[in-house]
Structures are given as structure tokens and as C-alpha cells.
Design a protein. Sequence first.
Length: 364
Amino acid sequence: MKNDPQLRQWFDELSEGKPLIVAGPCSAETENQVLQIAMEISGTAVKIFRAGIWKPRTRPGGFEGVGAIGLNWLRKAKEQTGLLMAIEVANAAHVRLALEHDIDVLWIGARTTVNPFLVQEIADALEGTDKVVLVKNPVNPDLALWLGGIERIYKAGIRKIGAIHRGFSTYEKTGYRNNPEWQIAIELQNLLPDLPLLCDPSHITGRRDKIAEVAQQSLNLSYDGLMIETHIDPDNAWSDAAQQVTPTRLKEILNALEVRNPNDSSTDFQQQLARFRTQIDEYDSKILEALGKRMMIADEIGKLKKERNVAVLQPKRWREVLDKMREEGSRVNLSEDFLHKLFHAIHQESITHQQEIIRSKKSK
């Protein structure tokens, strides 16, 4: 799939040059709850009201949504507020019901994006319609799978498409519910620059006290909008209580957001930026040169290990390297998370080099 300028047309018309804000409860619980939240956030920057009708839970036993009856509540909310309505769909049956109730925006959730069969089923059901379809990233950090979901919707003739970055599951405990892995979303932006990209800080953080921080961070990275879960009584929400904010808090978050200019065409700015970028280019070249020399030494170590029949991986030495780099990195203002990823990548490349040497036959 190639970048298509048409992808941005619906977004530009709806957003009017501002970040597109989608807000509403994780789950539609009662008619009164839906209508009250919709009324309280109408008249703000929110353009689209979201509510989960069917909730695909990680494990059975939790609240899995009120079902189709909630679609009638959304219709009333739209009549009373004028907000566009958005729901998650996970199969063709959901799509048909959404179309019957004239839902404006459909999003494909992370647990569905991982399944190409379900995404194709949804795409087939949407063919010939004019709905906005937003595709959340898959649960796991797999850019190809995310792109594949978007492409299936595009091939169904849908041009009102967007992506939602909600973070990725990881076995490692971090400060996030779903690790953002910003570089994956940035790569999506590079491949499809006209595809609108929204951030879901509620699912990334899993904590209402961190939503504002991540929302601002996403706008700093030129995201096009936000999806924020909002509830009149978050602590007693039927699902994902910890990551929802009240309508009052939502307004505070939105009012405090700073939208930065995509660029500055002034001569002074461009000259300063060019100088800094030249310096960065020079350091990047030095980093590559240093890495190349490091790998040459790793190759020599690999030859020595092969000669003496020693295992490639030396866990004790690896732990010593990590500990040393963490200590030295903190002195130059580099985060432990960055150093961990950086040296894991370097270590893996060294192992690959040495394994190739171990496997190679002696030259005659």
C-alpha cells in the first residue's frame, strides 16, 4: 500500500486544523450514563463520542458489554448533542448492527487487528460504505500486522481511514499498561504520512494520572489527535476504571495541551536547525564507525572461542557489561530503558557475528 493523500481529506474536514478529540466511556453501561457523559463533553473540543458496546476481554468472567441495546443509547446521544458516535467492531455481525444504527466511526481493536481473518471479514462487511474506520495497533509490536489491517480496509474501498496508537503488550513490567514503543508509530507515519494518527493515552498508561503527560507527548510527536476514556464516576466504572477520567478532568487536560507548529520557516530557525543537524550527522557517523570497530573485535573474539571450543554466550560477562553501561549511562543523562535496548541490540549483533564464525568451515 502506497501513501494516498485522500486518506487525510476526511480528517482535515472534521478536525478543522486542530487535534481530533475522541472521548467517552470504556463501556456503555446504562442509557443514563451514556447520555450524561455525552452531554457533559459536548461543547468542548470533543468531536467524536466513543463507547464500548462489545468488550473483548483478555479473560472470561469480566463485563463484556451491554450489546446491541447500547446502540440505541448512542443514537439518542447523537440526537441530543450532535457529536459523532464511535464504537469498536470485532466481526461482520458488529459491523452490520453498527450500519443499521448509523454509527459514524468504527474502530478495530488491538485484539482484532492481530487476526487477519477477522480484519478481512470486517473489511468485506464495510465494502461500499462511507464510514470512518480507525485501526488500533495490534497487541504485539508488529508494524507489518498493523499495516496489513489498514491495507485490508483500504482495499475494501474505504478511504476514511485512520490509525490509533494504544501501546503494545510486553512481558516486562514498565511504567505503562501498554508500552508505547513510539518508534513503531513513527515508522507508520513515515510510511503513510497522510494517514491520520491518533494516540490513546488511556490504554498506554492504564492510569488516569499519566494521561495528560502521554497526550502531550504524542502531540509533540505530531500526532493528529487523541482518544481518551471518560466516565462520570471512573472509580465505579464497569471496566478499566483506573484509566478513565471525569468530564471535568478531561476538559482540564484538553485546555492544558500545547499544540506545536509542524515547522518554522523563518531563516533564523532554519539556520540554527541546520547547524544542529550537521552536528548530529557527524556524531551518527562516528557512532557507526565505532560500532563497526566493535564488531571487528567481536569477530576476533569469535575466532578465539572457536579455536578453544568455548561457548558464544558468556552470561557473567554480559551482566558485567550491562551493569557498567547503566552506571556510565546515568552520568551522561541516558535512561536505563534506552541503554538496556541499545546494548541488547549490540549484544545480539555480536552474538550473530560470532555464531557465523563458529558455524563457518576452516578455509583450505
